[in-house]
Design a protein around this ligand. Structure first.
Ligand SMILES: [Zn+2]
Ligand SMILES: [Zn+2]
Length: 390
């Protein structure tokens, strides 16, 4: 068997290595449209190119995969054979994963779904309408993010008309022959290609291949098959999501015109700020400020965590800049095991005003040898500050 050398993904999408996410998407959309099976019916080579572009897009549009690919090439994507591990994508997968790219390119209109896979028993495709994707922003607290949460959200969206069950027709008899294709569902198109003139059968764009047309529209939805309505949708948000992340829910978006497949619901995560804790990826940061006596003599303090306050012991002689880590008190990673930590950064508050008496007390201690920073401390703190300001 011949060894197949994979083409460079950037080459596949005709991009430079510094291409932005938007450029990658644009280029992929162009390729996907060029090699789209609708345009190249039965063309195996176009199908391969279509899949190759999808694979390149799958990797380059994912920050993690792209970084690994940039560093190690195809081998960086793991797998025993040192190749692409996202198992060979089927056409169906491609439409499922990257459907939004096409619908943007095609104005959210007609969409192809495949009832049977490619290869093997002949390809069978049929065309269905696809509803528009629906985007909503959902605000979550850090507690909700830590545990994952079920949310009920109220959305205004297009839903199937109940009167006509989404068909747009007044009743089953309200159909006639499509005048564009005379009921055949296909129209013949002549295309000029490198092989000369060819005739291809195309799905009739007026009836979507159905061969029929509505003669009497449903009065409730004016033949659209959809109406605006409010709906309460229950969604499960996995633990560990972050601000700006998008979670897609298949077919929970807008209904399609005259029957078909719903668009997706895309939930954009907005993170509510916590009053005391700051998120740093999976870790949480708490800035603890001790008074000078607390730091000098040691104490026990309460530190907020996402599941209540915990007491921590502060040793006598704690220096500002000391960092304590509370293991696993951070946030979980999405789709991964393990949790981040709660990082406690310690500072020490120096009083800004002193009474006369306090000044005398402190002055008395000022010359004591143990009040002088040792060389070790100078070196340790010096290196911390270098880190801080770099
Ligand atoms: Zn037609
Ligand atoms: Zn209707």
């Amino acid at each position: 068997m011949a060894t197949i050398t994979k083409r460079d993904y950037y080459e596949v999408l005709e991009l430079t290595r510094t291409a932005t996410g938007e450029e990658i998407k644009r280029s992929y959309r162009r390729k996907a449209i060029e090699y789209h099976p609708d345009k190249n019916p039965g063309d195996k080579q176009a199908e391969e190119k279509f899949k190759e572009a999808a694979e390149a897009y799958d990797v380059l549009s994912d920050t993690n995969k792209r970084a690994r690919y940039d560093q190690f090439g195809h081998a960086g994507l793991g797998g025993a054979g040192g190749g692409y591990t996202g198992e060979e994508m089927t056409m169906e997968d491609i439409f499922r994963h990257f459907g939004s790219v096409f619908s943007e390119g095609f104005g959210g209109g007609r969409f192809t779904t495949f009832t049977a896979g490619f290869g093997g028993g002949g390809q069978q495709q049929h065309y269905v309408n696809r509803g528009a994707d629906l985007r909503v922003k959902v605000k979550l607290t850090l507690q909700e993010i830590a545990a994952g949460v079920e949310k009920k959200i109220k959305v205004r969206k297009q839903v199937a008309c109940k009167q006509c069950r989404g068909t747009g027709a007044e009743n089953e008899r309200a159909y006639g022959k499509c005048p564009s294709c005379q009921g055949r569902g296909q129209i013949i198109q002549e295309v000029h290609s490198m092989f000369g003139r060819m005739q291809t059968a195309m799905e009739c764009p007026h009836c979507g291949g159905e061969g029929k047309r509505i003669t009497t529209k449903c009065p409730h939805c004016r033949g659209e098959g959809i109406v605006q309505d409010e709906e309460i949708i229950t969604i499960q948000i996995p633990a560990g999501v972050a601000d700006g992340m998008q979670v897609s829910f298949r077919q929970k978006g807008n209904a399609a015109r005259q029957g078909g497949v719903n668009g997706d619901l895309i939930v954009v995560i907005a993170e509510d700020e916590h009053p005391e804790l700051i998120r740093d990826q999976h870790d949480l940061i708490y800035n603890l400020i001790l008074s000078f006596p607390q730091a000098a003599m040691g104490t026990t303090v309460e530190v907020p965590t996402l599941d209540g306050k915990v007491k921590i012991k502060i040793d006598a002689g704690t220096q500002p800049g000391k960092v304590l880590r509370l293991k696993d008190k951070g946030l979980p990673a999405v789709n991964r095991h393990g949790k981040g930590d709660l990082v406690v950064n310690i500072s020490v508050y120096v009083p800004e005003k002193l009474s006369g008496e306090q000044q005398q007390t402190i002055a008395a201690m000022a010359q004591a040898p143990n009040f002088q920073p040792t060389n070790e401390i100078r070196v340790a703190i010096g290196s911390k500050f270098r880190n801080v300001f770099r």
